[in-house]
Write a protein that binds this ligand. Structure first.
Ligand code: KG4
Ligand code: ZN
Length: 342
């Protein structure tokens, strides 16, 4: 079954055709990152406007690349939550018009469920249950993926998301947006133990926090400025990157040990981080768990992951009607996402 996935929750306008949840027939992404970089981060108003300009072309390009027409599709799947509301509304409304004009089912997809589905596109044999860290610009969750459409959140960030911390520190260090790749690049020539950065103490066993770390970097940069000294940017980038990835890896491995997980996965934009990948390769080998990493090109926002998640949601019975709306926030395990109540 062919599913057209549509994604517009942040600053990527994306469309893709996916077969049976596992095979990418096409994958088109129009990124606005260069424009947002001028402002040091995503400007929601600009993002909405760029989505509405790009979406028709991007969807047509995805159909053309796959060599199919709308009539060949089994369903249209769209990210409807969570994300920037102006962007979500563009994708949702476009998907609605297309699905109803072509008389195809419309499937609502949760963005984080989409990030997890990137793993199904990378590993043809991977099936739930597994333990998954989802770390993006807006979320950092440790999740038990019980089934394709059943999720249990074990822990989450109590303040900033990991990607958000990378973006803010990148801005503080003058490295630009998006921060993750910029900090990772700057860190290549740096010493990860040059600056001593704090580790958060938290009540929730599997929770994480990055706001203290971000503030510590900001304070060190400001103190250096006041003393007329220079911060060593590669050293700071490397120290920050090391501490963030260490926190994420420690919490994920604690959850893996305590739940007896045999399969450990990561997903979301931050899953592209090579230091995090290396740490987890080592840690998973130590406890005898198998580590599944998403293909680098599928870590960031894309619509192939929405086409994949949409397939499993469709199979579970999820359907949206003409009244589908976008939602800026919605937990991944919200009861409203249960297909029986859609
Ligand atoms: O999943 P994603 O593309 O969009 C959201 O759903 O938010 O994640 C984007 C986030 C950004 O904060 C970006 O800085 C971060 O992922 N990111 C990275 C890397 N590549 C992207 N963070 C750390 N290391 C990377 N290599
Ligand atoms: Zn995302």
């Amino acid at each position: 079954m062919l599913i057209l996935g549509i994604e517009s929750s942040c600053d990527e306008t994306a469309a893709a055709v996916v077969e049976d949840g596992r095979i990418i027939r096409s994958n088109q992404v129009a990124s606005q990152a260069a424009e947002h970089n001028l402002y040091g981060g995503v400007v929601p108003e600009i993002a909405s406007r760029r989505h509405i300009e790009a979406i028709s072309t991007v969807v047509q390009a995805a159909l053309d690349e796959a060599g199919v027409t709308v009539q060949d599709l089994g369903a249209v799947a769209v990210t409807f939550a969570p994300g920037l509301i102006g962007g979500l509304l563009v994708g949702v409304n476009f998907a609605k018009g297309l699905a109803f004009a072509a008389d195809k089912p419309l499937v609502p997809v949760h963005h984080l469920r989409g990030h997890i589905a990137a793993l199904y596109l990378t590993h043809p044999d991977l099936e739930p249950p597994f333990l998954c860290l989802v770390a993006s610009g807006g979320h950092s969750h440790i999740i038990q993926v019980e089934d394709y459409t059943r999720f249990h959140v074990l822990g989450r960030t109590v303040d900033d998301a990991a990607g958000e911390a990378f973006d803010k520190v990148s801005r503080t260090l003058g490295l630009g947006y998006p921060g993750g790749p910029a900090v990772a690049k700057a860190a290549l020539g740096g010493n990860p133990s040059a600056y001593r950065l704090p580790t958060p103490k938290l009540a929730g066993r599997y929770d994480v926090s990055f706001s203290g770390l971000k503030t510590a970097v900001l304070n060190l940069v400001n103190q250096a400025k006041m003393r007329g000294e220079e911060i060593n940017v590669p050293d700071m980038a490397a120290s920050f990157q090391f501490r963030v990835t260490e926190i994420l890896a420690e919490k994920l491995m604690l959850a893996a040990r305590e739940t007896g997980a045999k399969k450990v996965c990561i997903a979301g934009g931050v899953a592209a981080n090579l230091v995090l990948r290396d740490l987890l390769e080592r840690d998973c080998a130590e406890i005898g768990a198998s580590l599944y990493l998403p293909r680098l090109s599928l870590c960031g926002d894309n619509a192939a992951m929405i086409g994949s998640a949409g397939y499993y949601e469709y199979r579970a019975g999820a359907r949206a009607g003409a009244d589908l709306n976008g939602l800026a926030t919605l937990p991944i395990d919200d009861p409203d996402l249960d297909p029986k109540s859609c």
